[in-house]
Ligand binder design. Sequence first.
Ligand SMILES: Cc1ncc(COP(=O)(O)O)c(C=O)c1O
Length: 390
Amino acid sequence: MTDADCCCLINDIETKCVHGAGAFGTEGIRPISMPIYQTASFSHIEPGHNGSGFDYTRESNPTRAMLEKTVAALEGAKDCLAFASGMAAINTVFELFKPGDHVICGDDLYGGTVRLIKLIAKKNGVEVTCVKSDISNIKSAVKKNTRAIYIETPGNPMMNITDIAECARIAHGIDAFLIVDNTFLSPYFQNPIALGADIVVHSGSKFLAGHNDTIAGFVCLADKETADRIRLLTKTIGNGLAPFDSWLVLRGIKTLSVRLEREQENAKALVKWFESADFVKKIYYPGLETHPGYAVNLKQARGSGAMISIEVDSKERALSILKGVKVITFAESLGGTETLVTYPLVQTHPDVPEEVREKLGINDRLLRFSVGLESSLDLINDIKQAANTV
Ligand SMILES: Cc1ncc(COP(=O)(O)O)c(C=O)c1O
């Protein structure tokens, strides 16, 4: 069987996770694991001809290229670029805009993205309007100079769901991009490009890498022309992912499907227990039928993921859980094998203005869980003992 025959048989996402963009081989050597091309530069055969397609690692590198093809295959994208972090990826997307352009953003965004908008996008003359990301608010925020709609669904940390296909219709009606941060569900559960998105961004540090051991980011594109613009920006800025980190993410992706199935199963077990726990006042999880975005999430995603936010009965209870957990780790980040609990008010969202935070529900009683691969019973018992010390 040839490699081309083999690629025709790679259809389902589980197979794409394991086999990525297909086999890599050179000069008769056919490794199972993609080699790490730890080189800054590549030799040339003659002026203007390198014989391999690679010149200099800031621009491109075979290990990074294999990762980019793999993530493009997972997202159903025309092209994908790997960055040194999720923020580097998002910042490069914002470089597509010029002074006077207008971008509509959802208000339930990762705090680092909010900081980027405040510190960098606005300084560069890009006008940004943040709205509660439902369709009517987004529609009424449209202006003559609107060039993009930027959403996260589920949003971080309130797990709000936005209808991707509806947003795409609004964006395309005004010749603007729809940009979706797909970090929380990963391409295993959701593919925004198939729903009409033009650009998908990821913090690859989360579910894609999956082991809390590296920082990475991705920009996936539905069209070649925008991909070429992003490639030129990356080459110019020099924010591409290093070869070793590219390899770590490639390795992580091989187990994406089994990790996410198990992490989601654990998350559902925790949600069920939270429903019966007296100290839990609110549960934000899109897999709950009572979640306002349940139906839309069901329509556009293949799962509800492993992220849960809860509001507990007092600040003291929240602090007791954060300080008292022993199996779960009190840390910033998400999407890895270890269960983490985060305090959004202090850790991930301090740059969101206080009045917006209050309106969203990011208060001193809100905790965010990224559920890992441990036994769900051990996780529940850990939260139980930590919560009951108040
Ligand atoms: C939804 C989301 N997008 C983007 C980022 C930024 O990614 P990174 O930390 O890899 O720069 C994060 C980080 O937590 C995130 O949660």
